[in-house]
Ligand binder design. Structure first.
Ligand code: ACO
Length: 378
């Protein structure tokens, strides 16, 4: 009993559990494609709206299709006042906890919550893509005892997100950077949060449940939480000259350097370079290049670890960008979630289309045939 030979794949490392038509990742060569299009082309030439359409519909939209998709997004941004009340009630919680609770609460107000057809799930995913930034920014206002900024239908997804921070229309270059950040975060294959969303969808649970699951899983520091921790690290390092000692000390204590390493990429994360350029430019523009210099010094200190496949990941540069844009540190993970809604949605759709309950096995290594002793005799 229990002594049969079993191959254990801890962490499901290297296991393909299904096929996908959405995102291609080549971890050895550092390649990422959404629907066959290089992440580099999308980051440089596309918009978040177009990329979300691409992920959700499988092809790049023509002008009329994009306009229609964008119109739906812009008109779906508001959230019910009862959800705002829930946010008010829990306003002192971490923004990821608030986001998780608010998305879960939205299911009670969505007219199609129980409709798991392809079309209804797609519509719900588009609505959630539009609503999640409003949740994050409304909470940010409410916790400062301010009135949430009403979403502005004149603005793009990224511009409206920044607009809701303080009610001022953001400049074009910062909007473009935010837009790029959302594109880079829009999907990433079967990462922990998307896998968890698929496990949820595999039981035929609805989209709001699956996305609530995705948000829960994203919150951990090994996944989306890294950007927040990179910012904490950069503040602790304080100057480029101190980076080497700081990193050496962390590694000596067997701690992880946040923003480095990836389960799949053993070459540089192809998303990271786009944000590196962004931090450098934004730091110069804001007259605050010091953060970028610290990041570069940490990268230099980590160079010897490249041999072991430990390179920067997308979260390494993202945090400093958000900081330079005046975004509070605890909103960094929610920003990741904002970008990821189309990705979670399409993965849930793929799971529904070709569904199978995701139910692996655990190999039991405990004891057997123990004698039950009544509580009085223990
Ligand atoms: N700093 C130092 N050492 C590291 C790091 C790191 N950031 N990442 C991996 N390693 C080392 C480990 O200590 C381990 O060494 P060992 O073999 O001597 O024990 C080896 O590399 C392999 O690490 P694993 O944890 O087995 O690799 P895994 O694929 O499970 O980890 C993970 C991936 C969780 C992302 C890890 O690299 C990590 O903790 N990074 C820091 C957190 C982070 O930046 N997360 C964001 C990921 S990207 C994203 O979610 C968008």
């Amino acid at each position: 009993m229990g002594d049969e030979k079993v191959n254990i794949h801890r962490g499901l490392v290297g296991i393909h559990f299904d096929r996908t038509q959405t995102t291609y990742i080549n971890g050895k060569q550092g390649i990422l494609e959404y629907r066959g299009y290089s992440i580099h082309d999308l980051a440089e030439k596309s918009t978040f709206e177009e990329t979300a359409y691409l992920l959700l519909h499988g092809n790049l939209p023509n002008k009329a299709q994009l306009d229609e998709f964008d119109k739906i997004l812009r008109s779906s941004r508001k959230i019910p006042s009862k959800v705002l009340k829930i946010i008010e009630t829990i306003k002192s919680a971490h923004p990821m906890d608030v986001l998780r609770t608010a998305v879960s609460a939205l299911s009670a107000f969505d007219k199609e919550t129980d409709d798991k057809s392809y079309e209804a799930t797609l519509r719900k995913g588009i609505r959630l893509t539009a609503q999640v930034p409003t949740i994050v920014m409304s909470h940010n206002a409410i916790r400062q005892n301010k009135k949430p900024v009403t979403p502005n239908p004149e603005l793009s997804h990224a511009a409206n997100f920044l607009y809701m921070l303080d009610g001022s229309i953001p400049p074009e270059n910062t909007t473009k950077l935010m837009d790029k950040d959302f594109i880079l975060h829009a999907d990433h294959g079967s990462n922990a949060s998307a896998f968890a969303a698929r496990v949820c969808a595999g039981t035929q649970a609805d989209l709001h449940s699956a996305i609530t699951t995705g948000i829960s899983v994203l919150s951990g520091p090994s996944h989306g939480g890294a950007a927040e921790n990179v910012m904490k690290m950069v503040k602790e390092v304080r100057s480029p000259e101190k980076a080497k000692d700081y990193v050496t000390n962390l590694l000596r204590n067997k701690e992880r350097v946040m923003g480095f390493g990836h389960r799949v990429y053993k070459a540089e994360d192809p998303r990271a370079g786009h944000l590196k350029e962004g931090v450098e430019a934004l730091g110069k523009e804001k007259g605050d290049p010091g953060w970028y210099e610290i990041l570069v010094a940490v990268m230099d200190a980590m160079k010897p670890y490249q041999r072991r496949g430990i390179h920067v990941n997308v979260d390494f540069f993202a945090g400093v960008i958000y900081h330079l844009l005046g975004i509070p540190t605890d909103l960094f993970v929610p920003i990741f979630a904002i970008g990821r809604i189309p990705g979670w949605t399409i993965q849930v759709l793929e799971q529904y289309e070709h569904n199978i309950l995701l139910r692996p096995l655990l190999h039991y290594t405990g004891e057997h045939e123990k004698q039950y002793i009544s509580i009085e005799k223990r």
